[in-house]
Design a protein around this ligand. Structure first.
Ligand code: IMP
Ligand code: MG
Length: 181
């Protein structure tokens, strides 16, 4: 838990998120049209709200699985070394796979996770992230679908945390510290 006091300023409303997901879901349903072997893989824990809303808008038969990669811990700094903490329950060989992430920041997490999943020979592997901070990129990674491109701000809500808090906010907000460090 952070000791430094902060407030959260709304950046993207729940309504804007819902509208964007509807349109992303239409594109994804078109891309995977006709498949009966799609596995939607959520990266824990930040994607749990996004994946729940996204799969309910998909006009496709889907299976859902989860993967957990090491993350920030309780700090605001990205770790460059990514480890798989919890593997998928199901097989993805010859399956269509859509990896769902909350934010692409430095790019290390999704770059690592997609390399890891590719070794299992999926038929197709696509990625979607709700948020993208392109100015923070350290490795060349581009998700196939992005909800919103945002500036370099630390954000919370809609599944995304700061030191495990604020995941339950229905909107995306940015953290603003109210006292100097
Ligand atoms: P990357 O490996 O640097 O791309 O980091 C991606 C992960 O860092 C995301 O899955 C988030 O869990 C976390 N992250 C990046 N930016 C933020 C943020 O603004 N708020 C909370 N978590 C973040
Ligand atoms: Mg994460």
């Amino acid at each position: 838990m952070s000791e430094r006091p902060y407030v959260i300023d709304q950046m993207i409303s729940a309504k804007s998120i819902a509208a964007r997901i509807e349109s992303l879901a239409r594109e994804i349903s078109a891309e995977f049209k006709g498949t009966d072997k799609l596995v939607v893989v959520g990266l824990l824990r930040g994607s749990f709200v996004f994946i729940a809303d996204l799969v309910r808008e998909l006009d496709l038969p889907v299976e859902v699985d989860f993967l957990e990669a090491s993350s920030y811990g309780d700090s605001m700094e990205s770790s460059r070394e990514v480890r798989i903490l919890k593997d998928l329950r199901g097989k993805i060989e010859d399956r269509d796979v859509l990896v769902v992430e909350d934010i692409v920041d430095t790019g290390h997490t999704l770059a690592h996770v997609t390399r890891f999943l590719q070794t299992r020979k999926p038929a197709r592997l696509r990625t979607i992230a709700l948020l993208d901070k392109p100015s923070r990129r350290e490795v060349d990674f581009k998700a196939d679908w992005i909800g919103f491109s945002i500036p370099d701000e630390f954000v919370v809500g809609y599944g995304i945390d700061f030191a495990q808090r604020n995941r339950n906010l229905p909107y995306i907000g940015k953290v603003r510290f109210t006292e100097a460090k």
